[in-house]
Design a protein around this ligand. Structure first.
Ligand code: DAH
Length: 560
């Protein structure tokens, strides 16, 4: 099927959303000028986990919200050649007028492409390992963009507003840390188990078996606990995740990590509790309504760490929560002011409401997520908790105790500026960038983004059989990779490679298992819609043919 329509409905009725997709849609529906109306047919984020799943390994660098996406595990067969093929350059199109056949595309991929022996990222060179390397040149090119440091870019403005709530000398900011880290820094040092699904090649960009593009800013926690000259630090940086394609997911985005410690050796009388309370009392007050029904810790759900006293954990948790409440109060104050300036009518005039929800992260305990009531919905804003003591011990500062948090800067920037599509952040179009000029120097100029013309959607479907023997367990929404070597993220990667930012989203429409052969087939709908210009149908057709060819060649599927 192929169609181009002006005013698309985002979701076909009955399409089952993953828990994360529904959360993200809720988020988007808050900021989109044209609120999509859809019925959430999935269970809630906090619905009971199926008993056979190991919670601790489900929830990880992507936090609670994407636990489902992390469940999948890559199969081992033919992964080596796939890793090579997936990072290969695009193959040529045939010089004929007709669409190339499956056989033609297969032939194109019958020889292994040359892989570089090394890659250079931000002037450092790393050896490439063919078994692991899966970083496309599209992604490599984005490593130099550093939107969080680009003057007057909304990501950078958002970073600065948050930094202003965590002033020096208590907090120092580290905004230039290299995106290439070790598996130890990204996972092991933080307590991720060896079989954690977030480590899979389908989820993470690897350069070699021990070197990757950081999936989160927490990768630098240990390093900064060891080296920071201040009791608190903030890290802003680009992070990388192989992911689905839609308006709130992009394989590169920006996070901010924050942490604050107290040292038993330097606080008066070694009394951490008194020191934390003094610092808490010195923090400004706010007017927000806070819903926090949670105990300071809970033996099963949110345990106290053995090396902390209950009073210490409680005091640190209180300081953490108040600090983050102040941060969110500042953001939403700016949102309100900008709306007033632009004459945007607030959907609700209620005071800002925040709630704390228990969470799990391998690197904090107890842990929480903060949610904000914004225009009629609870919106997840960040994850945080009392830092696992082993991280501080391993960093050589066993006398310190403290907290940490992590948040996505794009998500906050989308709210702050009413930016409806995450691809816009990468736009070099003056119609986008020009709207934020001068804001960094004068936040009084902050106004909601005004979308430039909305271009028509152009939907094209692709149906294919998985390679024989592939179960496709992971295909539907990225769940359950056990035993199968197909993963939806590989398809997403091909689409991004071929089409760049011209694709708005890719949605699974249908899946089918042949009753006799047991072979699985999938149908995905690709929405070709540039943010910057109208695509012609021919152009979209050309891209679509190429996507089909590349998935045949790289992923071994058979087009139906
Ligand atoms: N690293 C987490 C993520 O990417 C976010 C996070 C959660 C960071 C809790 C923290 C924390 O420091 O305490 O989803």
């Amino acid at each position: 099927m192929s169609s181009c329509i002006e005013d698309p409905c985002l979701w076909s009725p009955g399409h089952r959303l993953s828990a994360r997709a529904s959360n993200d849609l809720q988020f988007l529906s808050l900021i989109l000028p044209w609120r999509p109306s859809f019925k959430l047919s999935c269970c809630s984020e906090r619905s009971p986990t199926p008993p056979q799943l190991d919670i601790a390994s489900m929830i990880g660098p992507r936090g609670m919200a994407c636990a489902g996406g992390l469940l999948a595990r890559v199969g081992s067969r033919s992964v080596i050649s796939r890793a090579v093929r997936q990072s290969s350059p695009l193959r040529p199109l045939p010089a004929t007028a007709t669409a190339p056949t499956t056989r033609w595309w297969r032939a194109q991929y019958s020889t292994r492409p040359e892989l570089p022996k090394e890659v250079t990222i931000n002037s450092k060179t790393y050896p490439v390992d063919a078994e692991w390397f899966n970083v496309s040149s599209t992604i490599l090119n984005l490593t130099s963009r550093k939107l969080h440091l680009q003057k007057d870019h909304p990501v950078s403005i958002t970073r600065q507003i948050i930094e202003s709530v965590f002033p020096s000398p208590t907090y120092l900011s580290y905004n230039n840390l290299d995106p290439v880290v070790t598996t130890h820094e990204n996972f092991d040092s933080l307590g991720f188990p060896p079989n954690h699904p977030g480590r899979a090649k389908t989820d993470t960009y690897y350069i070699n078996s021990t070197t990757l593009l950081r999936t989160h800013t927490s990768a630098h926690e240990a390093e900064l606990f060891a080296a920071s000259k201040s009791p608190g630090y903030l890290i802003s940086a680009d992070v990388y995740r192989r992911d689905e394609i839609d308006k709130s997911h992009y394989p590169v985005f920006h996070q901010m990590e924050g942490a604050r410690v107290w040292d038993r050796n330097t606080v008066p009388n070694g009394d951490i509790v008194a020191a934390v309370h003094r610092d808490l009392d010195a923090l400004p007050k706010h007017e927000m309504i806070i819903e926090d029904p949670n105990p300071p810790f809970h033996p099963e759900r949110n345990p106290l760490q053995p090396s902390h006293t209950p009073e210490e954990a409680e005091a640190v948790g209180k300081h953490l929560k108040r600090s983050l409440e102040l941060m969110v109060a500042e953001i939403f104050k700016r949102v309100k002011e900008s709306h007033a300036r632009a004459g945007v009518k607030e959907q609700d005039e209620e005071p800002l409401k925040v709630r704390w929800v228990e969470a799990y992260f391998p690197f904090t305990s107890p842990s929480w997520e903060m949610e904000v009531w914004y225009q009629g919905d609870w919106l997840e804003v960040l994850g945080c908790g009392v830092s696992q003591q082993h991280i501080l011990n391993d960093a050589g500062v066993p006398n310190q105790i403290g907290w940490a948090f992590g948040l996505g800067l794009e998500r906050i920037a989308m709210l702050l500026f009413q930016i409806p599509d995450i691809r816009l952040f990468w736009s070099q179009d003056e119609r986008f960038l020009g709207q934020f000029r001068g804001v960094e120097g004068d936040l009084g100029k902050l106004r909601p983004f005004v979308g430039f013309s909305r271009h028509p959607a152009c939907y094209k479907d692709v149906s294919f059989w998985l390679p024989a023997g592939s179960t496709g367990a992971a295909a539907a929404g990225g769940k359950g990779r056990e035993g199968g070597e197909w993963h939806e993220n590989d398809l997403m990667e091909v689409v991004r490679d071929v089409c760049g930012d011209v694709v708005e989203d890719v949605v699974l429409m249908d899946s089918f298992t042949h009753p006799k052969t047991g072979r699985r087939s999938f149908c995905y709908r690709v929405n070709y819609r540039s943010l910057e210009r109208t695509l012609t149908n021919e152009e979209a057709n050309g891209l679509h043919e190429r996507v089909k060819g590349e998935i045949v060649g790289r992923l071994g599927v058979e087009i139906r």
